[in-house]
Design a protein around this ligand. Structure first.
Ligand code: ZN
Length: 328
């Protein structure tokens, strides 16, 4: 464990050459998911938190941004972030983070609070809960959404992934038509508690966590006009301020891929609204040269990717070892 810490310290020194790693999480389920067994769940999250607490200096993101800008980050600096506002962030992740003494920032889309959910979750939950063995979907915008036998988990998973893949780039009203058609064809009442309530967002802040903006309705900001983007970002922030009573200084771009999901004009909107920093889903570490309004993040929730990251780190550690010559 100490070898890992000192190795990571070589790779991620502090001070003026300091590097900041930021991890993205979304859901932390109570149990492994039947349909998507690779998704993060409580037992694995607790294990990951114990590694992170042992190996890294986990900091609140707003503090880390100040330290990055002043060239005084500690070595092995890391921040944890959660996107979208799933209910399990408050019910499952919060107590585990507290047990490990870790702090995190939660980026919340305010339009999902108190009963809403993202469109892709509406598709997933409809196929998950459908009691029907066979579901036939209509043609929407010239796209044949297919007919699906929902016999087992593999069949339901295939229906979910295919449907999401076919409709994700449709204009919002047509995509909504497709989602409505899926809900109707599956014949389900979809859950109203997949995302947090406003009270649970307040609970995160009261529990020592930070809350950041993630728009109201989670649009792809590169695809909407600048005035609408400004309203989405500013009103989402103001709503979170009203809920938590705290200034909201951090922002996460929905989907977050540079030049795909947001563009330079979006960055200028966020900057002009007075935020302190913003995070993307571009991969990498931030250092003194990184624009604080485009801080990159890692996605560790995929087990394979996480294992890959650890292997990569181990490799770098092995390579750096010959440099550690004993003093004469
Ligand atoms: Zn998001």
């Amino acid at each position: 464990m100490n070898l890992t810490r000192s190795g990571l310290g070589l790779l991620s020194p502090g001070g003026a050459g300091g590097k900041l790693g930021i991890l993205i999480f979304h859901r932390v389920l109570a149990q492994p998911d039947v349909l998507f067994p690779g998704d993060m769940h409580a037992a694995r999250f607790s294990e990951v938190c114990s590694w992170l607490a042992a190996w890294f200096n986990v900091l609140p993101l707003d503090q880390a941004v100040d330290l990055l800008q002043s060239g005084s980050l500690p070595p092995r600096a890391l921040c944890l972030t959660f996107d979208d506002g799933y209910v399990d962030n408050a019910t499952i992740a919060l107590p585990i983070l507290q047990q490990h003494g870790l702090s995190a920032t939660f980026f919340v889309s305010t339009g999902f609070l108190d009963g809403g959910m993202p469109w892709n979750d509406l598709v997933t939950e409809s196929f998950r809960h459908s009691k029907r063995e066979f579901v036939e979907l209509p043609r929407i915008a010239g796209i044949d959404l297919g007919a699906w036998a929902l016999g087992d988990s593999a069949a339901r998973r295939a229906a979910i992934l295919s449907t999401i893949d076919h409709i994700k780039y449709l204009p919002t009203p047509l995509r909504q038509d497709a989602v409505d058609a899926v809900v109707a064809a599956c014949g389900v009442v979809t859950p109203s508690d997949l995302m947090m309530s406003s009270a649970q967002v307040k609970q995160l802040v009261d529990g020592g966590m930070t809350v950041g903006g993630h728009t109201i309705s989670h649009p792809i900001l590169a695809h909407i006009d600048e005035a609408t983007a400004r309203d989405e970002i500013a009103e989402g922030r103001d709503r979170l301020h009203a809920i938590t009573g705290r200034a909201v200084e951090l922002f996460a771009y929905p989907n977050g891929r540079p030049m795909v999901d947001y563009v330079p004009a979006t960055v200028e909107v966020v900057r002009s609204l007075g935020f302190k920093a913003a995070v993307t889903t571009g991969w990498g570490f931030a250092d003194a040269r990184t624009d604080c309004f485009q801080l990159p993040r890692f996605t560790p929730w995929d087990r394979a990717k996480w294992a890959f990251g650890l292997r990569l780190t181990a490799n770098l550690l092995r390579r750096s070892r010959p440099l550690e010559r004993p003093a004469p």
